[in-house]
Design a protein around this ligand. Structure first.
Ligand code: NAD
Ligand code: TYD
Length: 349
């Protein structure tokens, strides 16, 4: 049984991952999350009493706290999801992306180095024999943008274009340096765009579903022909679990499900499923520096670790739209800001 520190577990992917791990393993999970606007404990309300789960409110940049968490709960594994994650926000306010995504990662790495007594590049140390102990959850956006042809492989050079993707690429390089310099038993995963339950409605799919439900206009950036490679969040979670179990230390694994779609296709599909009209589509000013296309070559993780996605896009998006339609209260609380008081109600009474 592992004692896993999951950072950013109250966000979209982190909360899905915690559900996945509690359902599929006996590991003990400590969720360290500072509850920014994107952190929502209601995502985890159904597991708050689970004996294998504990929530700690705190910032990954807080050295003392992170160190205390490692010591108090004998943390032997870290999965780092905590991040500022929205490209548009990074264009308006880059600084917090650097402090959280880069300095926060470094704080976790240092705590791991100290608490796991990492001495150097000792490939035969006790830590190495225990397998992967640190996963840095990264993104395909670190590779930059593709033209019409080609896919990102793990050896594609990093060429990030937004402050968000630069901060993620920087964190990746720091993680790699802790492997090379201190022998940190780590893996970096780079996943394509996720969709599914509990995604904050600033991202394309939940935003369009919410606006459709409320008959509001659907803001499509530029010509809407930018391409993303979509993966259901549960498939991302099972991929991370596979990396934790069987990943090779020091490696990068791309994660994707071969589902390239243009933004406008997705918007039209949501309109059709919810029964609205294309008249809701409004083409708006393009995002500055907008990456045109992402596509993941998933050969390494599928062939080496035997992982494969379980959802087709058609099935996954239909289920996801149904989920948002049947969880209107979850969405309404976010839109009204009411979800922000959940922590006080749950923990400060
Ligand atoms: P999210 O924005 O929904 O959640 C981020 C979580 O991190 C929130 O709960 C927030 O409160 C927490 N957090 C932020 N700053 C923190 C800090 N300083 N200390 C502690 N907690 C903090 O993000 P997400 O979409 O769930 O993404 C999770 C991770 O996966 C990120 O690292 C992101 O870069 C990566 N990723 C996301 C996608 C995607 O499509 N969403 C794809 C590939 C990789
Ligand atoms: P997003 O969900 O923000 O993810 P990312 O930028 O990390 O890929 O956006 C997905 C795509 O949708 C991206 O090409 C930008 C586009 N987009 C819109 O056209 N309109 C919107 O309102 C949003 C939020 C995104």
């Amino acid at each position: 049984m592992k004692n896993i520190l999951v950072t950013g577990g109250a966000g979209f992917i982190g909360s899905n991952f915690i559900h996945y791990m509690l359902e599929n393993t006996d590991h003990f999970i400590v969720n360290l999350d500072s509850l920014t606007y994107a952190g929502n404990l209601e995502n985890l309300a159904d597991v708050s009493d689970n004996k294998n789960y504990l929530f700690v409110k705190g910032d990954i940049r807080d050295k003392e706290l992170v160190d205390k968490v490692f010591g108090n709960y004998s943390i032997d594994t870290v999965v780092n999801f905590a991040a500022e994650s929205h490209v548009d926000r990074s264009i308006v306010e880059p600084e917090i992306f650097l402090t959280t995504n880069v300095i926060g990662t470094q704080t976790l790495l240092n705590a791991a180095k100290k608490n796991w007594n990492l001495r150097g590049d000792d490939k035969y140390s006790r830590e190495y024999k225990q397998g992967v102990k640190y996963i840095q959850v990264s993104t395909d956006e670190v590779y930059g943008a593709l033209g019409k042809e080609g896919m990102f492989t793990e050896t594609t050079p990093l060429s990030p274009n937004s402050p968000y993707s630069v901060s993620k690429a920087s964190a990746d390089m720091l993680v790699k340096s802790y492997n090379t310099t201190f022998g940190l038993p780590c893996v970096i995963t780079r996943c394509s765009n996720n969709y599914g339950p509990f995604q904050f409605p600033e991202k394309l799919i939940p935003l369009m579903i919410n606006n459709c439900m409320n008959n509001k206009s659907l803001p499509v950036y530029g010509d809407g022909m930018q391409i993303r490679d979509w993966l259901h969040v549960k498939d991302h979670c099972s991929a991370i679990a596979a990396v934790l179990e069987k990943g090779r230390i020091g490696e990068v694994y791309n994660i994707g499900g071969n589902n390239e779609k243009a933004n406008i296709e997705i918007v039209r599909l949501i309109i059709r499923k919810i029964g609205r009209s294309d008249n809701l589509i409004t083409y708006v000013k393009d995002r500055p520096g907008h990456d045109r296309r992402y596509a993941i070559d998933n050969t390494k993780i599928t062939s080496e670790l035997g992982w494969s996605p379980s959802y087709t896009f058609e099935q996954g998006i239909a289920e996801t739209i149904d989920w948002y339609l049947s969880h209107r209260e979850w969405m309404d609380k976010i839109i009204s800001g009411e979800y922000l008081s959940y922590y006080d109600k749950m923990y400060n009474t």
